[in-house]
Write a protein that binds this ligand. Sequence first.
Ligand SMILES: Cc1cc2nc3c(=O)[nH]c(=O)nc-3n(C[C@H](O)[C@H](O)[C@H](O)COP(=O)(O)OP(=O)(O)OC[C@H]3O[C@@H](n4cnc5c(N)ncnc54)[C@H](O)[C@@H]3O)c2cc1C
Length: 301
Amino acid sequence: MPINVSNRVEKINLEQDVNLAKCSTMKSGGTADLFCYPTDIQELRAALAFARERSIPVTVLGGMSNTLISDEGIEGLTIGTARLNKVKKRGNLLSVLAGTRLEKAIDGAIEEGLGGLEHFYGIPGTIGGALWGNAGAHDHQISETVLFADFLDLHGNLFRKQIIQSEFSYRMSPYKGRSDLILYEVHLALNPISDTHTLKTIALGYKQRRIEQQQFRHPSLGSIFKNPPGHKAGALLEGLGLKGTRIGGAQIAPHHANMIINVDGSATSTDIRNLIDMAKEKVFQKHGITLEEEITFVGRW
Ligand SMILES: Cc1cc2nc3c(=O)[nH]c(=O)nc-3n(C[C@H](O)[C@H](O)[C@H](O)COP(=O)(O)OP(=O)(O)OC[C@H]3O[C@@H](n4cnc5c(N)ncnc54)[C@H](O)[C@@H]3O)c2cc1C
């Protein structure tokens, strides 16, 4: 049942017990106790004020393509960023609201005659989630293109942070693990280009490769584990014969050992986590390497 929350002049609808499995690219997990999709900064601030006044925790989610949501759901208020989506160009700077899908941001950049993001075409999720986890592909990571970003704290204060490249590394950002910051807008410094048609063709080529690798055939979160130094997580898992291993509806993808798929739509997040733990244990026993998850676990684990 929707609850209408008003913060002085702003109003926002909060929904109770919202099923997140249908929003997640893994198609698993429970419900958010309370959920909202703010459409602008005032609504975002109203949602934060609601949570603050009741001392309930806040979780922010973008495309839910890198998070395993607990079957027991998420406590407190979950804020979905999908309706905070806008792309603006100022010179060579592209300013993108955090909930904008990465593909939409790249399309916007190319249409505006700006290049530098095309290798990321086909990565699901939002620009906010991408910077949060420093998403990457083809030897590039998103942080390389970002000049500064705007954040809200839990009191609704907006502030700007310069991007310091040395604070980012492979699938790691200084914000990962922090629950007191909400990424609101990302400002990217891109390269002017004249041949937008060729750039779009290159971008589509990167996505086509993903389609050919069957990345979108089943619900998944992409790669589960980071590559440990000097190794490929997928090769370690494949070497142990784990491709195709199944727990409940969760399966180590027969075509990609570092992906877990929801093979027939019946996987629970518990099935997926059990498969993750089993794979980690086997790699540790054989190689003495502790695989680290690339994905994030959210909710009541
Ligand atoms: C088929 C497939 C292929 C993929 N390929 C790649 C790949 O090549 N490279 C790669 O790096 N990843 C890949 N991924 C993983 C994923 O798509 C990316 O990591 C993506 O950038 C996550 O964005 P998201 O919006 O879905 O984040 P979410 O899953 O919604 O969130 C991820 C984390 O960021 C936090 N977060 C998100 N938005 C905000 C915000 N505005 N403020 C504060 N915190 C926030 C969340 O709390 C969570 O902890 C793939 C996934 C799939 C399903």
